[in-house]
Every structure is written in C-alpha cells, then in structure tokens.
Design a protein around this ligand. Structure first.
Ligand SMILES: [Zn+2]
Length: 124
C-alpha cells in the first residue's frame, strides 16, 4: 500500500469505510516506530502526538476521535523528512513514469503496427 494512498484515505470522515480500513494502513506503517516498551505516539485529534499509547489504544483513538487533519508528514511514525525534493533532485514523479510508458507503448505500436506481442519489458 502506497503511503500517499493511505493518507488520502485518511482524509475521509472517520465514519467512512475508506478511513476505517486505512487506520490499519497507518498502524502497520507506524509499527516500525514502537518504543522499546511497545508503545506508539497517538496522532489522534485529542493526543496530537503528545501521548505514548499501546497500539491497540492508538487504533481505538483513530477510530473513535480521528487522526489529526494537519498531520501530513508522519515524522513521528517513521516518515523521513529528508524526502522533500531539492533543486538538484531530478527524480521523476510517478505520473511522468506512467506517461513515459504509455508513450513507449504508442511508439512500439506505431513502429510495428499490429505486432501486439512485442514484449514491453525490453523497452526500459
Ligand atoms: Zn489518541
């Protein structure tokens, strides 16, 4: 599950199925940030990352109160803050990669006409 998809689903109201399912996504993501005694910062609207709770309680709070709406970068739950793109970073976005693949497919199609069996895996 992609982190952005998880966050997107967590912007739904807490009674929405998307939200309730994705609380699990958050829990499994945050599972890497348990303290040595197995607790987790609770990002619910009441605790606002100020309390360390058992994962079960965090799960309960997220379902009961909802996650902080402005907690967009999960710095307390394992998300690196170093991933902000810099001016030297030329890493393409997912959208650009998808577009490139589509262009390649079209190119192959144009070049070989009806040869649909050409392996796109050769086109990298
Ligand atoms: Zn809480």
């Amino acid at each position: 599950m992609d982190l952005n998809t998880i966050k997107e689903n967590l912007t739904f109201p807490i009674e929405a199925p998307q939200y309730r399912v994705e609380v699990d996504g958050f829990m499994s993501f945050a599972n890497n940030t348990l303290t040595h005694d197995g607790r987790l910062r609770c990002p619910c609207v009441k605790c606002v990352n100020n309390k360390l709770l058992n994962p079960d309680d965090v799960n309960y709070h997220l379902l009961q109160y909802g996650i902080m709406r402005n907690y967009s970068t999960w710095v307390f739950h394992g998300e690196s803050v170093d991933q902000v793109p810099t001016s030297t970073s030329t890493e393409p976005t997912v959208e650009k990669e998808t577009l490139t693949h589509m262009d390649m497919r079209q190119l192959v199609h144009d070049a070989f006409g009806h040869s649909e069996s050409i392996s796109l895996s050769k086109v990298t």
